[in-house]
Write a protein that binds this ligand. Structure first.
Ligand SMILES: *Cc1c(COP(=O)(O)O)cnc(C)c1O
Length: 217
């Protein structure tokens, strides 16, 4: 698969859902990929990337940003509250806000900087014990908590359980977002981004379908 194929599949999925062209942003998930593959995608003009580890992003993106200054990088993996400063230096968006302590740290950092990243609240739609995210029953209260801290929330994010139909989780996330007046929906990966677009995804996170399989580090 290639970047342009994924872009045309996104365009088709948008059209099929009656959505306007370009209403879905493609986040190219570059975790663990060799730099030459990432550079190839940058050289095709793509400028929106995602990483799941702060350390890895720190070793990769400052240099790429010098050569491709309009690049945006999103954090789609877990964030420890002691790494908030570093994360806000590195990332334009955080998709994994999922607890009060983290929200409080981000809020105080945002206040001292006078600028906020885009923020998505991760929801554990499958209520999986090993997975991060706010449980479904606590989403509304957590959105309110974040708003109480003056954090601008862009939307919600989920990673459905591998063994369940993803659309059910996408639909649930869309329902939570609507009920809370949130427009952003970060959902859909290589295997299911078209279904996510059909259910309103504004951000799809596609890794292996663009870059090829990830070889374990
Ligand atoms: C790795 C990752 C992706 C991309 O997964 P692919 O199946 O390679 O598209 C998307 N979202 C998150 C949170 C990830 O960690």
């Amino acid at each position: 698969m290639s970047l342009s194929e994924i872009q045309s599949r996104i365009a088709k999925a948008e059209a099929a859902a009656g959505r306007s062209p370009g209403s879905t942003q493609l986040i190219a998930i570059s975790k663990v990929q060799p730099n030459e593959r990432v550079k190839a995608v940058l050289d095709q003009g793509h400028r929106l990337f995602g990483e799941n580890r702060v350390q890895e992003a720190a070793s990769k993106w400052p240099a790429f940003r010098e050569s491709y200054p309009d690049t945006k990088v999103h954090l789609v993996g877990p964030l420890q509250s002691n790494k908030v400063k570093q994360a806000l230096d590195l990332f334009d968006a955080i998709h994994t806000l999922d607890r009060k302590k983290l929200a409080t740290r981000i809020a105080s950092e945002v206040q001292s900087r006078g600028a906020a990243p885009e923020l998505f609240i991760q929801v554990n739609t499958g209520e999986e014990p090993q997975k991060a995210g706010v449980p479904p029953s606590e989403v509304d209260a957590f959105v309110a908590t974040c708003r109480g801290l003056d954090l601008p929330i862009t939307g919600l994010m989920c990673i459905p359980p591998i063994d369940e139909t993803p659309s059910l989780h996408f639909a649930l996330l869309a329902k939570f977002a609507e009920r809370n007046g949130l427009k952003g929906l970060s959902m859909g990966m290589s295997a299911d981004f078209e279904e996510a677009i059909a259910l309103g995804a504004t951000h799809v996170r596609v890794g292996s379908a663009i870059f090829g399989a990830r070889t374990p580090a």
